[in-house]
Design a protein around this ligand. Sequence first.
Ligand SMILES: [Zn+2]
Length: 379
Amino acid sequence: MQMTRETIPMRVTASGAQQSIHVFRFTGEPGKNVYIQANIHGPEIAGIGAAHDLIRILRQQKTIHGSITVIPSVNPVGLDTKFGTYQVGYADPNETVVGNFNRIYQLLVSDKAAGEKVGLEDFVASHLDSDLETITRDFKAALRQAVIAFQQSREKYGLRHGVKLACTIQEMAIEADCLIDLHTASVAQYHHFTFKECLAAARYFGIRHIVQLDETFSGVLDEAFLQPWLRLQQTYAKAGREIDFTDFDKEAFTLEFGDADSINRSDMQTDAERIVNYLRAKGVLEGEATDPEGAFYVCHTDDYKRYYAPTGGLILWNKQVGEEVQAGEVIAAILQAYQETEVPVVAVESGVINNISKSQVVHEGMTLCSVLTNIQKLG
Ligand SMILES: [Zn+2]
Protein backbone atom coordinates (compact mmCIF):
# COMPACT_ATOMS: atom_id res chain seq x y z
CA MET A 1 0.00 0.00 0.00
CA GLN A 2 1.29 3.40 -0.98
CA MET A 3 0.30 6.80 0.35
CA THR A 4 0.86 10.07 -1.46
CA ARG A 5 -0.01 13.65 -0.55
CA GLU A 6 -0.81 16.42 -2.95
CA THR A 7 -1.42 20.11 -2.33
CA ILE A 8 -3.74 21.79 -4.82
CA PRO A 9 -3.61 25.61 -4.85
CA MET A 10 -7.15 27.03 -4.81
CA ARG A 11 -7.09 30.76 -4.21
CA VAL A 12 -4.60 33.56 -3.69
CA THR A 13 -6.01 36.25 -1.40
CA ALA A 14 -5.43 39.99 -1.84
CA SER A 15 -2.61 39.92 0.69
CA GLY A 16 -0.86 37.11 -1.17
CA ALA A 17 -1.83 34.16 1.06
CA GLN A 18 -2.31 30.88 -0.78
CA GLN A 19 -5.37 28.80 0.17
CA SER A 20 -4.94 25.15 -0.81
CA ILE A 21 -6.60 21.74 -0.66
CA HIS A 22 -4.61 18.86 0.85
CA VAL A 23 -5.28 15.49 -0.77
CA PHE A 24 -4.29 12.12 0.72
CA ARG A 25 -4.26 9.14 -1.68
CA PHE A 26 -3.91 5.50 -0.66
CA THR A 27 -3.27 3.01 -3.45
CA GLY A 28 -3.00 -0.75 -3.22
CA GLU A 29 -4.02 -3.82 -5.22
CA PRO A 30 -6.50 -3.47 -8.09
CA GLY A 31 -10.01 -2.75 -6.83
CA LYS A 32 -12.58 -0.02 -6.36
CA ASN A 33 -11.75 3.66 -6.42
CA VAL A 34 -13.21 5.59 -3.47
CA TYR A 35 -13.40 9.39 -3.14
CA ILE A 36 -14.05 10.91 0.29
CA GLN A 37 -14.22 14.63 1.03
CA ALA A 38 -15.27 16.74 3.99
CA ASN A 39 -15.93 20.37 4.87
CA ILE A 40 -17.27 21.78 1.58
CA HIS A 41 -19.37 23.82 4.02
CA GLY A 42 -16.95 25.72 6.24
CA PRO A 43 -18.86 25.29 9.52
CA GLU A 44 -19.15 21.52 9.01
CA ILE A 45 -16.05 20.27 10.76
CA ALA A 46 -17.09 16.86 12.13
CA GLY A 47 -16.07 15.29 8.79
CA ILE A 48 -12.56 16.78 9.12
CA GLY A 49 -12.20 14.84 12.36
CA ALA A 50 -13.57 11.65 10.79
CA ALA A 51 -11.24 12.03 7.78
CA HIS A 52 -8.28 12.63 10.10
CA ASP A 53 -8.99 9.41 12.01
CA LEU A 54 -9.65 7.54 8.77
CA ILE A 55 -6.23 8.60 7.42
CA ARG A 56 -4.64 7.31 10.63
CA ILE A 57 -6.44 3.96 10.19
CA LEU A 58 -5.57 3.72 6.48
CA ARG A 59 -1.88 4.36 7.19
CA GLN A 60 -1.90 1.20 9.32
CA GLN A 61 -3.33 -1.03 6.56
CA LYS A 62 -0.91 -3.46 4.95
CA THR A 63 -3.21 -4.06 1.99
CA ILE A 64 -5.89 -2.01 0.30
CA HIS A 65 -7.91 -3.46 -2.57
CA GLY A 66 -8.30 -0.41 -4.72
CA SER A 67 -7.55 3.23 -4.07
CA ILE A 68 -8.93 5.74 -1.58
CA THR A 69 -8.71 9.52 -1.86
CA VAL A 70 -9.35 11.42 1.39
CA ILE A 71 -9.64 15.21 1.55
CA PRO A 72 -10.23 16.37 5.14
CA SER A 73 -11.04 19.96 4.14
CA VAL A 74 -11.95 20.44 0.51
CA ASN A 75 -12.86 24.12 0.88
CA PRO A 76 -10.27 26.30 2.64
CA VAL A 77 -12.24 29.42 1.74
CA GLY A 78 -15.29 28.04 3.57
CA LEU A 79 -13.29 26.89 6.60
CA ASP A 80 -11.51 30.23 6.92
CA THR A 81 -14.69 32.31 6.71
CA LYS A 82 -15.65 33.59 10.15
CA PHE A 83 -17.74 36.47 11.40
CA GLY A 84 -16.67 37.28 14.91
CA THR A 85 -16.41 33.90 16.60
CA TYR A 86 -18.97 32.29 14.26
CA GLN A 87 -18.31 29.87 11.41
CA VAL A 88 -20.30 31.14 8.44
CA GLY A 89 -18.72 29.62 5.31
CA TYR A 90 -21.76 28.00 3.67
CA ALA A 91 -21.27 30.34 0.72
CA ASP A 92 -18.45 32.59 -0.50
CA PRO A 93 -19.02 36.07 0.96
CA ASN A 94 -16.57 37.49 -1.59
CA GLU A 95 -18.77 36.44 -4.52
CA THR A 96 -21.10 38.88 -6.26
CA VAL A 97 -23.30 35.86 -7.06
CA VAL A 98 -23.47 34.27 -3.64
CA GLY A 99 -24.31 30.60 -3.71
CA ASN A 100 -24.28 27.61 -1.41
CA PHE A 101 -20.97 25.74 -1.82
CA ASN A 102 -22.86 22.47 -2.27
CA ARG A 103 -24.91 23.80 -5.21
CA ILE A 104 -21.97 24.69 -7.44
CA TYR A 105 -21.52 21.46 -9.39
CA GLN A 106 -22.25 20.85 -13.06
CA LEU A 107 -24.41 18.16 -14.62
CA LEU A 108 -21.98 17.05 -17.32
CA VAL A 109 -24.52 15.22 -19.53
CA SER A 110 -27.55 16.10 -21.62
CA ASP A 111 -29.75 13.98 -23.88
CA LYS A 112 -28.39 15.60 -27.04
CA ALA A 113 -24.83 16.93 -27.24
CA ALA A 114 -24.84 20.59 -26.15
CA GLY A 115 -21.81 22.79 -25.43
CA GLU A 116 -19.27 20.87 -23.38
CA LYS A 117 -21.80 18.32 -22.11
CA VAL A 118 -21.63 14.64 -23.03
CA GLY A 119 -24.54 13.85 -25.37
CA LEU A 120 -26.06 10.66 -23.96
CA GLU A 121 -27.90 9.64 -27.14
CA ASP A 122 -24.73 9.94 -29.23
CA PHE A 123 -22.68 8.08 -26.62
CA VAL A 124 -25.17 5.21 -26.45
CA ALA A 125 -25.45 5.04 -30.27
CA SER A 126 -21.68 4.68 -30.53
CA HIS A 127 -21.50 2.13 -27.67
CA LEU A 128 -24.75 0.22 -28.09
CA ASP A 129 -23.13 -3.22 -28.21
CA SER A 130 -19.96 -2.43 -26.24
CA ASP A 131 -19.06 -4.46 -23.18
CA LEU A 132 -19.48 -2.83 -19.75
CA GLU A 133 -15.78 -2.31 -19.22
CA THR A 134 -15.53 -0.32 -22.45
CA ILE A 135 -18.69 1.66 -21.67
CA THR A 136 -17.46 2.56 -18.18
CA ARG A 137 -13.98 3.50 -19.36
CA ASP A 138 -15.19 5.61 -22.30
CA PHE A 139 -17.98 7.30 -20.33
CA LYS A 140 -15.56 8.32 -17.57
CA ALA A 141 -13.19 9.67 -20.22
CA ALA A 142 -16.04 11.63 -21.84
CA LEU A 143 -17.06 13.09 -18.45
CA ARG A 144 -13.47 14.07 -17.74
CA GLN A 145 -13.21 15.74 -21.14
CA ALA A 146 -16.48 17.59 -20.46
CA VAL A 147 -15.38 19.03 -17.11
CA ILE A 148 -11.99 20.07 -18.52
CA ALA A 149 -13.65 21.70 -21.54
CA PHE A 150 -16.14 23.47 -19.26
CA GLN A 151 -13.29 24.90 -17.18
CA GLN A 152 -11.14 25.85 -20.19
CA SER A 153 -13.98 27.64 -21.93
CA ARG A 154 -14.39 29.91 -18.91
CA GLU A 155 -10.89 30.37 -17.56
CA LYS A 156 -9.72 32.62 -20.37
CA TYR A 157 -11.94 35.26 -18.75
CA GLY A 158 -10.85 34.25 -15.22
CA LEU A 159 -12.71 31.68 -13.14
CA ARG A 160 -15.16 32.50 -10.43
CA HIS A 161 -13.92 30.73 -7.31
CA GLY A 162 -16.99 28.50 -7.07
CA VAL A 163 -16.52 27.32 -10.66
CA LYS A 164 -12.84 26.54 -10.05
CA LEU A 165 -13.68 24.66 -6.87
CA ALA A 166 -16.49 22.66 -8.53
CA CYS A 167 -14.37 21.70 -11.54
CA THR A 168 -11.41 20.72 -9.34
CA ILE A 169 -13.62 18.46 -7.20
CA GLN A 170 -15.55 16.94 -10.10
CA GLU A 171 -12.38 16.12 -11.98
CA MET A 172 -10.92 14.39 -8.90
CA ALA A 173 -14.15 12.45 -8.28
CA ILE A 174 -14.86 11.28 -11.84
CA GLU A 175 -12.63 8.20 -11.58
CA ALA A 176 -14.35 7.06 -8.39
CA ASP A 177 -16.72 4.13 -8.04
CA CYS A 178 -17.87 5.29 -4.59
CA LEU A 179 -18.23 8.91 -3.51
CA ILE A 180 -18.68 9.95 0.13
CA ASP A 181 -19.29 13.63 0.93
CA LEU A 182 -19.15 14.43 4.66
CA HIS A 183 -21.45 17.11 6.05
CA THR A 184 -23.34 18.14 9.17
CA ALA A 185 -26.60 20.06 9.48
CA SER A 186 -26.87 22.89 12.01
CA VAL A 187 -28.26 21.04 15.07
CA ALA A 188 -29.11 17.60 13.71
CA GLN A 189 -29.55 13.92 14.24
CA TYR A 190 -27.26 11.68 12.18
CA HIS A 191 -28.81 11.08 8.77
CA HIS A 192 -27.73 10.76 5.17
CA PHE A 193 -28.77 11.32 1.59
CA THR A 194 -28.48 8.72 -1.10
CA PHE A 195 -30.20 7.20 -4.12
CA LYS A 196 -32.51 4.19 -4.34
CA GLU A 197 -29.73 2.32 -6.19
CA CYS A 198 -27.36 2.72 -3.19
CA LEU A 199 -29.73 1.79 -0.35
CA ALA A 200 -28.42 -1.77 0.02
CA ALA A 201 -24.92 -0.52 0.88
CA ALA A 202 -26.09 2.53 2.85
CA ARG A 203 -26.79 0.48 5.99
CA TYR A 204 -23.07 -0.22 6.51
CA PHE A 205 -22.59 3.37 7.71
CA GLY A 206 -24.92 2.52 10.60
CA ILE A 207 -26.91 5.76 10.23
CA ARG A 208 -30.59 5.07 10.82
CA HIS A 209 -32.31 7.87 8.91
CA ILE A 210 -31.89 8.06 5.15
CA VAL A 211 -33.28 10.65 2.76
CA GLN A 212 -33.76 9.05 -0.66
CA LEU A 213 -32.93 11.43 -3.50
CA ASP A 214 -34.92 11.61 -6.73
CA GLU A 215 -33.82 12.60 -10.23
CA THR A 216 -33.91 16.36 -9.66
CA PHE A 217 -30.60 18.09 -10.29
CA SER A 218 -29.85 20.98 -7.95
CA GLY A 219 -26.07 21.25 -8.23
CA VAL A 220 -25.21 18.99 -5.26
CA LEU A 221 -22.08 16.80 -5.52
CA ASP A 222 -23.80 13.42 -5.03
CA GLU A 223 -26.22 14.28 -7.85
CA ALA A 224 -23.44 15.57 -10.13
CA PHE A 225 -21.53 12.33 -9.52
CA LEU A 226 -24.28 9.71 -9.84
CA GLN A 227 -26.89 11.22 -12.13
CA PRO A 228 -24.82 10.97 -15.34
CA TRP A 229 -24.69 7.19 -14.78
CA LEU A 230 -28.39 6.95 -13.92
CA ARG A 231 -29.23 8.92 -17.07
CA LEU A 232 -26.84 6.74 -19.10
CA GLN A 233 -28.70 3.65 -17.89
CA GLN A 234 -32.04 5.25 -18.87
CA THR A 235 -30.72 6.20 -22.32
CA TYR A 236 -29.58 2.62 -22.88
CA ALA A 237 -33.03 1.38 -21.84
CA LYS A 238 -34.66 3.74 -24.38
CA ALA A 239 -32.32 2.35 -27.03
CA GLY A 240 -33.46 -1.19 -26.13
CA ARG A 241 -30.58 -2.36 -23.93
CA GLU A 242 -31.30 -3.01 -20.26
CA ILE A 243 -28.28 -2.54 -17.99
CA ASP A 244 -28.56 -3.39 -14.31
CA PHE A 245 -27.35 -0.25 -12.49
CA THR A 246 -25.25 -2.32 -10.10
CA ASP A 247 -23.16 -3.35 -13.14
CA PHE A 248 -21.82 0.22 -13.30
CA ASP A 249 -20.71 -0.21 -9.69
CA LYS A 250 -21.35 3.44 -8.76
CA GLU A 251 -22.49 4.67 -5.35
CA ALA A 252 -22.79 8.13 -3.79
CA PHE A 253 -23.55 9.15 -0.21
CA THR A 254 -23.84 12.47 1.58
CA LEU A 255 -23.38 11.66 5.25
CA GLU A 256 -24.58 14.18 7.84
CA PHE A 257 -22.57 13.69 11.03
CA GLY A 258 -24.78 15.57 13.50
CA ASP A 259 -24.22 19.22 14.46
CA ALA A 260 -22.24 21.92 12.67
CA ASP A 261 -19.26 23.69 14.26
CA SER A 262 -18.71 20.79 16.62
CA ILE A 263 -16.01 18.14 16.93
CA ASN A 264 -14.96 15.66 19.62
CA ARG A 265 -12.60 12.71 19.82
CA SER A 266 -15.12 9.94 20.35
CA ASP A 267 -17.35 10.96 17.40
CA MET A 268 -14.30 11.34 15.15
CA GLN A 269 -13.40 7.74 15.86
CA THR A 270 -16.94 6.37 15.55
CA ASP A 271 -17.51 8.24 12.30
CA ALA A 272 -14.21 7.01 10.82
CA GLU A 273 -15.25 3.47 11.76
CA ARG A 274 -18.57 3.93 9.91
CA ILE A 275 -16.57 4.61 6.74
CA VAL A 276 -14.18 1.73 7.46
CA ASN A 277 -17.17 -0.61 7.83
CA TYR A 278 -18.54 0.50 4.45
CA LEU A 279 -15.08 0.07 2.86
CA ARG A 280 -14.94 -3.45 4.28
CA ALA A 281 -18.39 -4.23 2.90
CA LYS A 282 -17.14 -3.06 -0.51
CA GLY A 283 -14.03 -5.24 -0.23
CA VAL A 284 -11.67 -2.25 -0.34
CA LEU A 285 -10.40 -2.85 3.20
CA GLU A 286 -9.69 -6.26 4.67
CA GLY A 287 -11.75 -7.58 7.55
CA GLU A 288 -15.37 -8.53 8.03
CA ALA A 289 -17.95 -5.71 7.75
CA THR A 290 -20.55 -5.56 10.50
CA ASP A 291 -24.13 -5.58 9.23
CA PRO A 292 -25.79 -3.25 11.75
CA GLU A 293 -28.81 -4.70 13.51
CA GLY A 294 -32.09 -2.87 13.92
CA ALA A 295 -34.28 -0.87 11.63
CA PHE A 296 -33.37 1.77 9.05
CA TYR A 297 -35.81 4.48 7.99
CA VAL A 298 -36.15 6.04 4.57
CA CYS A 299 -37.85 9.31 3.71
CA HIS A 300 -38.22 10.37 0.06
CA THR A 301 -36.82 13.76 -0.78
CA ASP A 302 -40.36 15.06 -1.49
CA ASP A 303 -41.30 14.10 2.07
CA TYR A 304 -38.28 15.87 3.59
CA LYS A 305 -40.05 19.05 4.66
CA ARG A 306 -38.17 22.26 5.33
CA TYR A 307 -39.88 24.90 7.45
CA TYR A 308 -39.06 28.60 7.11
CA ALA A 309 -39.72 31.36 9.63
CA PRO A 310 -43.17 32.90 9.02
CA THR A 311 -41.94 36.12 10.63
CA GLY A 312 -38.88 37.47 12.39
CA GLY A 313 -38.10 37.00 16.06
CA LEU A 314 -36.58 34.52 18.51
CA ILE A 315 -37.23 30.79 18.19
CA LEU A 316 -38.59 28.96 21.24
CA TRP A 317 -38.46 25.25 20.43
CA ASN A 318 -41.25 22.95 21.62
CA LYS A 319 -39.63 20.00 19.89
CA GLN A 320 -36.05 18.82 19.78
CA VAL A 321 -34.02 16.94 17.19
CA GLY A 322 -35.00 13.26 16.94
CA GLU A 323 -38.45 13.86 18.51
CA GLU A 324 -41.66 12.82 16.82
CA VAL A 325 -44.17 15.50 15.95
CA GLN A 326 -47.85 15.04 15.08
CA ALA A 327 -49.66 17.04 12.40
CA GLY A 328 -51.17 20.11 14.08
CA GLU A 329 -48.67 20.19 16.95
CA VAL A 330 -46.67 23.35 17.56
CA ILE A 331 -43.01 22.76 16.63
CA ALA A 332 -41.82 26.16 17.80
CA ALA A 333 -42.98 29.66 18.55
CA ILE A 334 -41.41 32.84 17.16
CA LEU A 335 -41.21 35.24 20.10
CA GLN A 336 -41.75 38.92 19.28
CA ALA A 337 -41.22 40.53 22.67
CA TYR A 338 -41.88 44.05 21.34
CA GLN A 339 -45.36 42.92 20.21
CA GLU A 340 -45.92 40.91 23.43
CA THR A 341 -46.75 37.97 21.17
CA GLU A 342 -45.63 34.53 20.04
CA VAL A 343 -46.27 33.25 16.50
CA PRO A 344 -46.66 29.46 16.43
CA VAL A 345 -45.11 27.21 13.77
CA VAL A 346 -47.48 24.27 13.33
CA ALA A 347 -46.50 20.87 11.89
CA VAL A 348 -48.24 20.30 8.55
CA GLU A 349 -47.58 16.55 8.61
CA SER A 350 -46.51 14.10 11.30
CA GLY A 351 -42.85 13.08 11.28
CA VAL A 352 -39.49 13.22 13.04
CA ILE A 353 -37.57 16.45 13.65
CA ASN A 354 -34.34 15.95 11.71
CA ASN A 355 -32.50 19.22 12.22
CA ILE A 356 -33.14 22.66 13.67
CA SER A 357 -31.51 26.06 13.29
CA LYS A 358 -28.50 26.55 15.53
CA SER A 359 -29.18 30.24 16.05
CA GLN A 360 -32.43 31.11 17.78
CA VAL A 361 -32.56 34.53 16.12
CA VAL A 362 -34.39 34.50 12.76
CA HIS A 363 -35.62 36.90 10.12
CA GLU A 364 -38.74 36.06 8.14
CA GLY A 365 -38.00 33.36 5.53
CA MET A 366 -34.91 31.90 7.20
CA THR A 367 -34.61 28.14 7.69
CA LEU A 368 -36.17 26.90 10.91
CA CYS A 369 -36.01 23.12 10.78
CA SER A 370 -36.44 20.01 8.64
CA VAL A 371 -38.91 17.20 9.34
CA LEU A 372 -38.77 13.66 7.96
CA THR A 373 -42.34 12.68 7.04
CA ASN A 374 -43.97 9.60 5.52
CA ILE A 375 -41.04 7.54 6.84
CA GLN A 376 -40.79 3.98 5.50
CA LYS A 377 -39.02 1.19 7.31
CA LEU A 378 -36.25 -0.19 5.11
CA GLY A 379 -36.55 -3.92 4.69
ZN1 LIG B 1 -23.32 20.68 4.39
